[in-house]
Each structure stands twice: as structure tokens, then as C-alpha cells.
Design a protein around this ligand. Structure first.
Ligand SMILES: *[C@@H]1O[C@H](CO)[C@@H](O)[C@H](O)[C@H]1NC(C)=O
Ligand SMILES: *[C@@H]1O[C@H](CO)[C@@H](O)[C@H](O)[C@H]1NC(C)=O
Ligand SMILES: *[C@@H]1O[C@H](CO)[C@@H](O)[C@H](O)[C@H]1NC(C)=O
Ligand SMILES: *[C@@H]1O[C@H](CO)[C@@H](O)[C@H](O)[C@H]1NC(C)=O
Ligand SMILES: *[C@@H]1O[C@H](CO)[C@@H](O)[C@H](O)[C@H]1NC(C)=O
Length: 593
């Protein structure tokens, strides 16, 4: 083992980290507008990395007597050696990054160890198709008989010979128009720039009426991960809230069915290499089957080692690390759970984008939404007072024009930064030649009021709060589906794999949100949502509302008390249906909604 390459492998892990971070910095320094050329061949480096582990570079073990490692040595060919030299030559440029390296090498090595251990302990990988296990928020409604009910572990619908990778790009607090492609169809706000996501949409399907069934981070996430309504998955409190940050307390508060139901579990049990980079926002009682797990939540800037990280930069770095270190002989599931554009609630600045983004939108004027008026606020139900948290946050962000402009510009900057991080992640997939074998999903946990109704943030059943972006790019899609939009209330695969499934599709859904703290702070709300009418119910005040979404898309004119015969009939029918769905959601009955 006196081969010079073996000497090099002792520091290869460091070199790899350096190289990965050169790439990341090169990308970040381009401020997301123009991606630098990335010089790595990650396949070659994955081989180098394996050898590095095997020959003691990271773990301190011996390389003797392991055929695989010898193979890896053989695989270190001239090209790899040249590459290592190339990296060595770059080292002088890297002084600035050395502080962060100690930290990152440690974490990187941990990830690789995990990966390799996982490989060793799983000699036989099941080849079960889990296409139906793609997270689904709600299933097709079959209330009277179960003939159409689908088992979430069913394998019969699979149409491809191999399991597809699943990349979930999961942003935070993006409302349905936080996407520039939205504005291409609905003027007049062409300001926001999300070029990567627009390109993804033009290569996939963009859903215009994708809604969440509870508009708040932790509940909506739990719903995405389990496919269950809040009333069933029971995760009604966020992770680490009210000081409940001890693992035992988390376990006690955890709903019992996570270990069987979460998409992480399902995919892991079916042979997927499973990763999570970013915000959990929910209790994590099942970490054993998440093979790569980095949690970042609640901050915009943080000092880690010698580097001041921005959270979106960190999310991107971790996602790339997962993709680079993943075993190539298994499909992967990765959730890149960005924290942006969530505000840092405790900081008066609220939104803190990266410095490199500050010139973006600098000279633009962000339009004030038509319902961002004092009059619209006055039309909210009487229990919406100045102490409602949505109103408190409105004062912090939107109470005057100047503040509104600076807040929205920073919000948009953070969205464009996420778009740019998505670009780097997709570029890595392209480099790995994995785009044609990967389902890519972009969505978010809930929407956001940007001064509409005199409010900020989420929680309530209005469209700004519940309607969120969803883009799906699936290599199995027919060519004619690519670049289309779909206006149906969403479920997932049926709608884009089989356009005929639109027939008889869902036309309504039940919405629910619990009280947070107390009713004067964030009251609970429920709704029956359709495209023509929305019925809202505020349980703490036994208060009902009805909106005609066709005549009044801004949800300003409450017509619940109207004596118009048609409205009276709609009100009666919707109340009946609302009660019916609510009872089903809250029953133990096996039902798909
Ligand atoms: C951003 O710019 C400000 C002002 O120049 C500076 O004080 C701050 O340190 C910079 N932040 C980062 C993360 O570089
Ligand atoms: C915004 O306008 C100012 C003043 O005209 C100019 O100096 C600056 O470069 C402009 N910013 C951008 C991003 O165009
Ligand atoms: C807008 O609100 C901010 C924050 O309270 C305040 O500093 C600023 O002076 C206000 N501007 C105007 C024009 O009222
Ligand atoms: C993906 O594309 C590569 C070449 O670009 C090809 O070798 C590979 O077979 C393709 N895989 C699938 C699943 O189509
Ligand atoms: C409808 O009537 C109820 C009961 O009288 C009342 O509390 C509510 O404020 C009315 N709604 C509107 C929009 O006037």
C-alpha cells in the first residue's frame, strides 16, 4: 500500500469536501443568475471516497483483505489521479474555507459512514414498486363503497422497470403566486423571478389549484408525510415548541402511527436510500429509517465553524452532499425542506436574504394586492381584532407602503435564492445522468397573506393561505403533458399520468385548522372549499361565512345571510356536505378523501 494514491486517499475526504464546497461557493457567488461550470466528476470522486474510507482515511481502519476496496483502488485510474492533482492545485485558493472544513469533513465523513453501513447491512434489496407511495395529500373520494380505495403500498400501478428516484423540493410559506410562471398567465406582476422552477414547470405539469388541508408548517408537513388529515395524524403541535425539545418529550407527544405511515418509512422499507435536508417542523420519532438527516430550522444566518451560513445556502450544500454520497445502486428519496421564505419571526427585519441578492428587485415596485386595504380588513369577522396574530404580523410587515416594499422585496429575494438552490440541485442530477430516472416535485407547506384582508402569514381558509404551488416533472409523463397546467384540486400521479382521470375528479375538500394559543390570537377555522363557493366556519365563535368565488375571487363579500334563493340553496347544501366530510375525517372509518 505504498502507492502514492493511497497516501492521497488519506486526505481525499478533505479534498472532496473542498471540491464540493468550491462548487457550492462558485454557484452561490454567481448570485444564482449564472451557474459556474462545475469541474467535478462525482462518480470518480465517489470511488475515491470509498477507497478513502477503506484505507483508513476517515475511519482509521485497515485496507487489507477487502476485495471491494481493492476494486476501488483499481478504479482509481489516471483520470482520477489527474483530478486529485487538479484539486491540489486549487488548495491555495481555499484558505477562506478552511475553518468550515473541519466541521464539514466531520459531517461529510459521518454521512459517508452511514451510507456505507447501510449498504453493508442490506444485502438484499426488495424490488417492490412504491410509486403509489409518493406523498399524497388526499386520495380519491370513495365515501359509499371502497371499490376505488387504493392501498398506499400497492405495487400494481407501477409502469416502469425500475424504481424512480424521488426529489421533493419543499419550500416554506410560498403562496400560489410566489412563482413567476404564475404571473405569465395572470398579469400584472411580472416582477418575481423563479427561472429554475419555471423551466421545471415547462418540462412538467404545474398545478394551479393545489391546496393544503391545514395551513401551518408542522401540520401541513405531517399531512404531506403521512397522507392523513390533521384529525387523523394528530400532529397538532410543532417540534420543539413550548420547550419540548427533549427527545423523550418529543416521543411522548408523537402520534403513534408515524413509524408505519410516513413516506420516509414506506420508501425506506422499499429499498430507497432516504434523505432529509432542512426543516422538519414536526416531531421526529422515527429517525432510524432516514439514512441522511440534517435538520436546519428557524434561522436565516448562523455561524457554523468559521463561516456565516445563510440557511438556503446550507440547505443546498446538504442536498448536494446527499446526492454526491448516495449509493448509486439504489433509488433515493430526498426531501430538500428549505426554510425560506419563512420569516424569522423574532427579528424585526423578518426576511433576511443573502447579500448577493440585495440588488435584485432594487428598483422594482411591488404591487399592493387589491384586497390589501383597510376596507378589506374591516370586512373580516368581528372577532378579528388588532390582537389577532395575522394582524400583528401585518403591522410588522405591511403597515405602510415603504415597509411593505422592503418586506416583499426581501421575501422575493429569498424565493429567488431557493429557486437558484433548486437549480444547483437539478444541475447535480443532470450531471449524474439521473434526470430521466427521477420524479421531481416542487411544492410548499402553506401559503401566505401578503397584506390581503389586512393580514400577514397563514392559518385561515382564504385562498392566499391554502393555495400553494405544485410542479411535478416525471420522466414517465407523455410528451404532450409537458409544459401544461392543470386546474384540478390536486391529488398526484393520476392527474398527470392519465389525463382521462380528470373525469369525475374531486370538486371539493374539507379544510381544518386548530386554535393556536387562544381564539383571540389564532382562532380555529374549518371550511368546505369548492371552486365556485367557499363555506367557512369559525368554531370558537360559532360563526359562518359564504363566499361566491366566481363573482368575488378576493373573498371580500360574505353572502352567508343573503336571501337570494340560489345562495340559500347553496348554503344549505354546502353546510350538509361540510358536516358529512367533517364527520368522516374525524371518524375511524377507513375512507379515502
Ligand atoms: C452583508 O453585508 C453587510 C453590509 O456590508 C455586512 O455587514 C455583512 O457582514 C454581510 N453579511 C454576510 C453574510 O456577508
Ligand atoms: C437602481 O437604480 C439606481 C439609481 O438609478 C442605480 O444606481 C442602480 O444600479 C439600480 N439597481 C439595479 C439593480 O439596477
Ligand atoms: C413605516 O413603518 C416603519 C416601521 O414601523 C417606520 O419606521 C417608518 O417610518 C414608516 N414609514 C412611513 C412613511 O410611515
Ligand atoms: C437516461 O439517459 C441515459 C443517457 O442520457 C441513458 O443511458 C439511460 O438509459 C436513460 N435511463 C432511462 C431510465 O431512460
Ligand atoms: C350574518 O348573520 C349573523 C347572525 O345574525 C351575524 O352574526 C353575522 O355578522 C352576519 N354576517 C354578515 C356578513 O353580516
Amino acid at each position: 500500500m505504498s502507492n502514492p494514491r493511497v497516501f492521497l486517499t488519506g486526505i481525499t475526504a478533505s479534498l472532496l469536501v473542498v471540491l464540493v464546497y468550491i462548487n457550492i461557493h462558485a454557484l452561490q457567488n454567481d448570485a444564482g443568475r449564472q451557474r459556474g461550470t462545475v469541474t467535478t466528476n462525482h462518480n470518480a470522486f465517489y470511488r475515491i471516497l470509498q477507497q478513502s474510507i477503506g484505507s483508513g482515511g476517515v475511519r482509521g481502519g485497515s485496507a487489507d483483505g477487502d476485495g471491494d476496496r481493492d476494486d476501488a483502488n483499481e478504479a482509481l485510474d489516471e483520470e482520477d489521479t489527474a483530478r486529485v492533482k487538479e484539486i491540489q492545485e486549487k488548495i491555495p485558493q481555499l484558505k477562506d474555507f478552511l475553518g468550515e472544513l473541519d466541521y464539514n469533513i466531520h459531517r461529510y465523513a459521518e454521512a459517508v459512514e452511514q451510507t456505507l453501513d447501510e449498504e453493508k447491512s442490506s444485502s438484499s434489496w426488495t424490488n417492490v414498486q412504491v410509486l403509489n407511495a409518493i406523498p399524497r395529500k388526499r386520495k380519491r373520494r370513495t365515501t359509499t363503497n371502497q371499490n376505488n380505495a387504493q392501498s398506499s403500498s400497492s405495487s400494481s400501478a407501477a409502469a416502469t422497470p425500475t424504481n424512480l428516484n424521488i426529489l421533493l423540493l419543499y419550500a416554506d410559506d410560498w403562496t400560489h403566486h410566489t412563482l413567476s410562471s404564475f404571473h405569465k398567465t395572470i398579469p400584472p406582476n411580472p416582477i418575481l423571478q423563479t427561472p429554475t422552477l419555471d423551466a421545471l414547470a415547462s418540462d412538467g405539469v404545474r398545478f394551479t389549484h393545489n391546496c393544503v388541508t391545514t395551513s401551518v408548517c408542522w401540520i401541513s408537513r405531517a399531512t404531506l408525510y403521512t397522507g392523513q388529515y390533521m384529525s387523523r395524524h394528530g400532529t397538532t403541535e410543532p417540534c420543539c415548541w413550548n420547550g419540548m425539545d427533549k427527545p423523550q418529550q418529543k416521543l411522548e407527544k408523537a402520534p403513534t402511527n408515524w413509524d408505519r405511515l410516513s413516506v420516509y418509512e414506506l420508501l425506506s422499507r422499499n429499498g430507497y436510500h432516504v434523505g432529509h435536508a432542512g426543516k422538519w417542523g414536526v416531531y421526529l420519532p422515527w429517525p432510524k429509517n432516514v439514512h441522511f438527516n440534517v435538520e436546519d430550522d428557524g434561522w436565516h444566518y448562523r455561524q457554523i465553524g468559521d463561516k456565516l451560513w445563510h440557511i438556503t445556502e446550507k440547505n443546498e450544500a446538504d442536498a448536494l452532499r446527499f446526492l454526491v454520497t448516495r449509493p448509486r445502486d439504489k433509488p433515493f428519496f430526498l426531501n430538500v425542506a428549505f426554510f425560506a421564505t419563512h420569516a424569522k419571526d423574532s427579528d424585526a427585519r423578518q426576511y433576511m436574504p443573502q447579500n448577493a441578492s440585495m440588488s435584485l428587485y432594487e428598483n422594482d415596485t411591488i404591487p399592493i394586492p387589491p384586497t390589501g386595504t383597510a376596507e378589506a380588513w374591516s370586512k373580516m369577522p368581528p372577532f378579528f381584532t388588532e390582537s389577532n396574530e395575522g394582524r400583528t404580523r401585518w403591522r410588522a410587515r405591511f403597515k405602510n407602503f415603504t415597509l411593505h416594499q422592503s418586506m416583499m422585496k426581501n421575501y422575493y429575494r429569498m424565493a429567488t435564492e431557493v429557486d437558484s438552490a433548486c437549480g444547483a440541485i437539478l444541475e447535480e442530477l443532470r450531471r449524474q445522468d439521473a434526470l430521466n430516472n427521477t420524479v421531481i416535485i416542487f411544492t410548499t407547506d402553506n401559503g401566505n397573506f401578503h397584506s390581503e384582508h389586512g393580514l400577514a402569514d397563514k392559518w385561515y381558509p382564504h385562498q392566499e393561505s391554502i393555495r400553494v404551488p405544485l410542479i411535478v416533472r416525471d420522466p414517465r409523463m407523455k410528451e404532450e403533458m409537458r409544459g401544461t397546467t392543470n386546474d384540478a384540486f390536486t391529488d398526484m400521479a393520476q392527474l398527470y399520468l392519465d389525463p382521462m382521470a380528470k373525469e369525475g375528479w374531486r370538486t371539493e375538500f374539507f379544510y381544518e385548522h386548530p386554535v393556536i394559543s387562544k381564539a383571540s390570537y389564532i382562532p380555529s377555522s374549518e371550511a368546505l372549499v369548492r371552486k365556485d363557493y367557499k363555506y367557512m366556519y369559525w368554531p370558537d365563535f360559532d360563526y359562518e361565512q359564504l363566499f361566491d368565488l366566481v363573482k368575488d375571487p378576493g373573498e371580500l363579500e360574505d353572502i352567508f345571510n343573503s336571501t337570494d334563493a340560489e345562495v340559500v340553496a347553496v348554503r344549505k347544501e354546502m353546510k350538509r356536505r361540510f358536516e358529512e366530510l367533517k364527520t368522516l375525517v374525524r371518524s375511524d372509518e377507513l375512507v379515502t378523501l
